[in-house]
Design a protein. Structure first.
Ligand SMILES: [Mn+2]
Ligand SMILES: [Mn+2]
Ligand SMILES: [Zn+2]
Ligand SMILES: [Zn+2]
Lengths: 144, 144
DNA sequence: AACGGGATTAGAACTATTCTAAACTGTGAG
DNA sequence: CTCACAGTTTAGAATAGTTCTAATCCCGTT
């Protein structure tokens, strides 16, 4: 009962469609294709440009503007989260759970650190009138 | 023996000149003016644009390109450090010591947290071939 | 005072991202 | 099944922050 390539592509598309409906997003061709790539396998960290390259290399045609729109809509819908580690590029993360990152700047690579393994202690109370929205830890690493 | 305004401006300029010489940077008019603003009082977090506005509002004339050049040269020389909290703007910090930040995104405001007060525990060893360069903690805060 | 190399500058260029407004398409009503 | 329409996509223009270029300037030395 091996599934053919076309079968598993259809499965991914069906799963993506469900996920989109669930998030209240109309499952258009472009959104289904992008969601299939993003959520098919393991957790991923993408850039608008990198995802656009990937979808293009897969022989699919989605405009860069749509990739940007989609990444933001997915983020808004809680399907992605944005990771800020570079003042010139935006990264999006398919892992929306509690976790932190290693960042290898020279290659623009992010590596997950499970949220349970890391702990930030001694955070002072924020100044009056402000409340903590979230705590980000970025461990910048270098080669060798 | 109160000093006049002109006197203290001269003092600041003299101090800035010394600091620049010490860092191996030629004390030009522009660098002295920018260093005077940056290091006169308490610790500060600036943007190229905000510093340019400030120096302009003080009636001095420094091009935006020079502000960018100077911020990078100062950073290179260890007089400033860069803080990455926004994927669209670069912040520079006059506090080069060990510390972390609250970030109020809606106003682009950074607030220091002393390094001693905060502790990050449970950081896993970086993947083989990589070594930790530095650990950044950003506590994103919201109004109310 | 003159020189030489670093520094400054205006403006062009560049890059990531967002905007615009026209064409397209998923969906639900009929 | 078809139609209509709101939501979506798109190419290309626009924007914003930053960097680059190459001509001019000026600090420090002689
Ligand atoms: Mn102003
Ligand atoms: Mn930018
Ligand atoms: Zn992640
Ligand atoms: Zn600081």
């Amino acid at each position: 009962m091996g599934k053919t390539l076309r079968d598993s592509s259809k499965d991914a598309a069906a799963a993506a469609t469900l996920r989109l409906r669930h998030a209240g997003l109309r499952p258009t061709r472009q959104r289904v294709e992008l969601a299939s790539l993003l959520f098919k396998n393991c957790d991923r960290h993408v850039t608008a440009e990198s995802l656009h390259d990937e979808v293009t290399d897969a022989g699919l045609k989605v405009s860069l503007a749509t990739v940007y729109n989609t990444l933001h809509q997915f983020t808004e819908a809680g399907l992605l989260r944005q990771v800020i580690v570079d003042s010139a590029r935006s990264y999006f993360d398919t892992n929306t759970g509690d976790h932190q990152h290693f960042f290898l700047e020279s290659e623009g690579m992010l590596i997950d650190i499970p949220g349970e393994s890391i702990a930030v202690a001694g955070v002072p109370a924020p100044p009056p009138g402000l409340s903590v929205d979230r705590v980000d830890v970025v461990i910048r690493v270098k080669r060798a």
